[in-house]
Design a protein around this ligand. Structure first.
Ligand code: C2E
Ligand code: MG
Ligand code: MG
Ligand code: MG
Length: 282
């Protein structure tokens, strides 16, 4: 009897493995056509000044409007994009689309709105990145000071000297640089000390319990103090509650982003949010 169960388990396991492989293959084939079929979308999430409540920028977040599976978040397909060699094409589509769609937007105080774009490690380590970005800025006329590249510190892993040199080049072009998911890497403090970032984005995992867990509050405060020691601005990701907002304001955080203000939304939902201070959702 035990043998039987074992065999059934094995069959179940192997069938589900096959299903997973088939599912992946189907998704892969769909993905290869997604760009030409205009199925990729950018949603935008406001970046909010913690003192004025004004939207000072937006983060572009990739979505795939799949014909049968609905609107897919990046967690469902970005790794696949890289694996099947579409990283370059999709990355370029994201940068171009973000610059084009956000070009007319201004913040309520008249300042140009920042657009933050996530850049994958493969995109970052591609030798052509700097050239392609220069061309994009030239051809679109988009001000480099409005474009913020979001990078995680894992870009430093394979070749730290080369990565540091690319960061300096990007900075030299007038782009803004943000260190994304801060705190989740291995040597966050060293990178803050030496690299030319403008903004540090504290990862949501440190924010979730910041108002209810004294240790997390102390860690967040230490991150803010460290970043300010280097004159970097600090943004807290994933703010969902008013107590989180109040505490982060008290700790000296500069900017916030999260469902409390707005989830990522389609481009045409952004302009109404740019007319005055954004109101936290009740
Ligand atoms: P990320 O850059 O750290 O983006 C923040 C993620 O947190 C987004 O998930 C956003 O929807 C989510 N988020 C924002 N506020 C809240 C909140 O209050 N609560 C919760 N629970 N979540 C919140 P999303 O859009 O699913 O993106 C996930 C990740 O996918 C991003 O993390 C980024 O690493 C990657 N990604 C997104 N767009 C692109 C892209 O165009 N290119 C590349 N290479 N990666 C991208
Ligand atoms: Mg990001
Ligand atoms: Mg992030
Ligand atoms: Mg994150």
């Amino acid at each position: 009897q035990a043998k039987n169960e074992g065999r059934n388990n094995y069959q179940f396991y192997s069938r589900s493995m096959n299903e997973m492989a088939a599912d992946r293959l189907a998704l892969e084939n769909d993905l290869r056509r997604a760009i030409e079929r205009h199925e990729l979308r950018l949603h935008y999430q406001p970046l909010v000044d913690i003192h004025t409540g004004l939207v000072i920028g937006v983060e572009a977040l990739l979505r795939w409007a799949h014909p049968t599976r609905g609107l897919l978040p990046p967690g469902r397909f970005v790794d696949l994009v890289e694996e099947i060699g579409l990283g370059q094409a999709v990355g370029e589509w994201v940068l171009e689309t973000a610059c084009r769609e956000t070009a007319p937007w201004q913040s309520a105080d008249g300042r140009p709105l920042i657009v933050a774009v996530n850049v994958s490690n493969a995109q970052f380590s591609d030798r052509g990145l700097v050239t392609r970005l220069s061309r994009l800025l030239r051809e679109t006329g988009f001000a480099s000071s409005r474009l913020e590249l979001e990078l995680t510190e894992t870009i430093m892993m394979p070749q730290p000297e080369e990565a540091a040199a690319v960061l300096q080049q990007l900075k030299g072009m007038g782009l803004r640089l943000a260190l994304d998911d801060f705190g989740t890497g291995y040597s966050s403090i060293g990178h803050l000390r030496t690299l030319p970032f403008d903004t540090v984005k504290i990862d949501r995992s440190f924010i979730t319990e910041v108002a209810t867990n004294a240790t997390d509050a102390t860690i967040a405060e230490a991150m803010i103090t460290m970043a300010h020691a280097r004159d970097l601005r600090v943004l807290a990701e994933g703010i969902e509650t008013v107590p989180q907002l109040s505490l982060l304001r008290q700790l000296g955080c500069d900017e916030v982003q999260g469902y409390l203000f707005s989830p990522p939304v389609p481009a045409d939902s952004i302009p109404p949010l740019l007319t005055g201070p954004i109101v936290p959702r009740g």
